[in-house]
Design a protein around this ligand. Structure first.
Ligand SMILES: Cc1cc2nc3c(=O)[nH]c(=O)nc-3n(C[C@H](O)[C@H](O)[C@H](O)COP(=O)(O)OP(=O)(O)OC[C@H]3O[C@@H](n4cnc5c(N)ncnc54)[C@H](O)[C@@H]3O)c2cc1C
Ligand code: SF4
Length: 577
């Protein structure tokens, strides 16, 4: 296989025209559509925080609630249950959730099964190699004392139940496939057709989608929002911003024989190649999760990598398997058993990459708006904070027509969460110059609490990085099915189910340079992409897309493809992620 440099994913864009395909300008008549007050697209943490806060405000304001009609708040979620497609580490800063439900204690969170204990001890290690671990003083972004270990999938199930009790209509197994836009204003969304065959032909059980018309629409789609991307283009929401960049994390939950007493982060360099050629930047975590209800000792173990790397053989899934082979990890996991697996991308650009978060008729919350501090790997509390503040601005706009939704953006900027994101606005970009060259500037940004370096540091797009076929893959361990696992058995434990004859929801070019095909093959944690065995070693090759394995992590969109929404109900069924 050649190691020539020079293939740039952006030169092979996917066959997608998002404004033409994903925006619908001719709306159905009154008899054919569903009218709701507020449509929230995405039943993850951000969307459901928004639903709960809005319903609490409407409960105290019956006049406004009355004006929203029979369905004041609808949450539209493509997974079979809310949280089924949500994945996080997750160590959560607790304040925004305490504020969302002031009557609920942290003890009660644990009793509800989404929280697993307060962080009281923590450690950060440098890993020079597969056996050594050097403990370092905990850098400020990794100080998690007092935070809570949670599962976002379980948190979303809890939030959905509370929202339904408060009057929300939660429409699961429903993908929002088009944004309704008329007269320069978002008017709601259209749900996807069901029962189409591989080539888009209607099958016997075909049901067409429906226009869901809303007075206000909230885009809470998480990373790689399908409609969020179309809205950003339609309303020019990122025109004066830096491009978004992405990271990919793979996580496993293990039942372990001995309780882990601390939260652990590792900062490499092992198992990565952080040099200027391969450009791998990332790290690992292992968090204790004691299930109060069953008494079981679990841990969350994961590895996250910036998608700006250049070595096409980089695979977050295999790096996690390698990471688990470190002596530090073996001491915790050996004798245990893997109980679940999942993968997901997260936005990494931070402050300067955030699009404008409001437009006529709609607002953007959570990861869809890029509200993640990837220096600290923290987004859950930003998702809750943004959902809550958007709900307050939407309530004000509904109660006093004419009040603009932009007040949400100002409230977010001035909130503690907004100020946190501003403080780390320049703290990640230096890594794009390479880990070693970038580290002093990253440290400066953290130590000066964001005062230095001054100005606005630029990001360059992940899909503009030149890819080459390197040698990272040679280090991956062989799966033994007990301690280390291959991709397909991992997809199996994620509960992923997609109809075999469903249309392909992954858009990529069918024939691309070998370097790009290798990039997709290694990057995809679910083993969706294959290169035929008889393909030439150099030049263009065909790509086989086994899209029914897809866990909808979104990473393909960073490197020259596009994840679009599959039929509602397809994809993973995460329980503890
Ligand atoms: C590997 C990893 C580790 C992380 N670790 C931490 C951590 O330790 N601490 C922390 O605070 N943060 C962490 N984060 C970040 C945090 O998980 C996210 O910021 C947060 O969960 C985002 O919540 P959300 O509601 O915006 O998105 P999501 O949870 O992704 O929810 C979006 C929902 O929208 C649905 N959806 C999307 N599009 C459509 C559509 N068109 N129609 C219908 N439904 C749709 C999806 O199915 C999904 O349910 C981590 C993230 C990752 C990926
Ligand atoms: S095909 Fe699916 S699982 Fe694979 S990288 Fe793309 S979105 Fe992720």
């Amino acid at each position: 296989m050649s190691a020539r440099a020079g293939v740039v994913p952006a030169d092979h864009p996917p066959p997608v025209d998002s404004r033409r395909e994903f925006i619908r300008r001719e709306l159905d008549g009154e008899e054919d559509r569903i009218d709701v007050g507020v449509a929230i697209v995405g039943g993850g943490t951000a969307g459901l925080a928004c639903a709960n806060r809005l319903l609490a405000l409407l409960a105290e304001d019956p006049q406004t609630a009355e004006r929203l009609g029979e369905v004041p708040v609808a949450v539209i979620e493509k997974a079979t249950v809310c949280g089924g497609h949500s994945l996080s580490g997750a160590v959560m800063r607790p304040q925004p959730l305490l504020e969302l439900f002031p009557g609920l204690t942290r003890e009660q969170w644990r009793g509800e099964g989404f929280a697993f204990g307060e962080v009281t001890r923590e450690a950060v290690y440098l890993l020079p190699g597969p056996r050594a671990a050097v403990r370092i003083p905990t850098p400020r972004p990794f100080r998690n004392h007092g935070a809570e270990v949670i599962s976002v999938a379980a948190l979303a199930r809890f939030l959905a139940r509370r929202a339904e009790e408060a009057g929300a209509h939660v429409l699961t197994e429903t993908a929002a496939t088009q944004l309704l836009v008329a007269d320069g204003c978002v008017r709601g969304v259209r749900s996807g057709d069901r029962g189409r065959g591989r080539d888009g032909e209607p099958l016997g059980n075909f049901e067409p989608g429906t226009d869901i018309r809303a007075q206000v629409t909230v885009l809470a789609e998480g990373s790689w929002g399908h409609l969020t991307g179309a809205a950003i283009r339609e309303f020019g929401l990122s025109d004066d911003r830096e491009p978004q960049v992405w990271e990919l994390g793979v996580k496993e939950v293990w039942r372990v024989p001995r309780p882990l007493d601390r939260v652990i982060h590792t900062l490499g360099p092992w198992p990565l190649s952080p040099g200027a050629r391969s450009r791998q930047v990332g790290g690992g975590w292992i968090y204790p999760m004691r299930d109060e209800r069953t008494g079981e000792h679990l841990v969350s173990v994961g590895f996250v990598i910036d998608l700006d790397y250049a070595d096409a053989t980089t695979s977050a899934h295999d790096l996690l398997q390698l990471f688990k082979c470190h002596r530090l990890l073996r001491g915790i996991l050996e004798g245990g058993e893997r109980v679940s697996w999942g993968a997901k991308a997260l936005p990494g650009g931070g402050w300067w990459s955030m699009p404008r978060l409001s437009m006529p008729g709609a607002a953007i919350v959570g990861d869809a708006g890029g509200l993640v501090d990837t220096v600290a790997l923290k987004g859950v509390h930003h998702a809750i904070n943004s959902g809550r503040l958007a709900a307050e601005a939407i309530h004000a706009a509904l109660a006093r027509p004419g009040e603009p939704l932009e007040s949400y953006e100002r409230a977010l900027e001035q909130s503690p969460g907004g100020r946190e994101l501003y403080r780390v606005r320049n703290a990640r970009q230096p890594f794009q110059q390479g880990f070693v060259r970038g580290l002093p500037l990253v440290n400066l940004a953290i130590a000066s609490r964001g005062r230095l370096p001054p100005g606005r540091l630029a990001w360059h797009r992940d899909d503009e990085r030149q890819m080459f076929v390197g040698s990272t893959a040679r280090r991956y361990p062989k799966a033994d099915g007990r301690y280390t696992f291959d991709k397909l058995s991992s997809v199996y434990v994620s509960g992923t189910a997609t109809r075999d004859d469903a249309p392909n929801h992954i858009r990529v070019r069918a024939r691309v340079p070998r370097e790009l095909a290798e990039t997709w093959r290694w990057m995809c944690p679910a083993g969706v992409f294959e290169i035929p065995a008889d393909a030439p070693a150099d030049g263009d090759v065909d790509v086989i897309v086994n899209y029914t394995n897809c866990v909808q992590c979104g990473a393909i969109t960073a490197k020259g493809g596009r994840l679009t929404t599959p039929e509602g109900g397809d994809g993973p069924r995460y329980q503890q992620m």
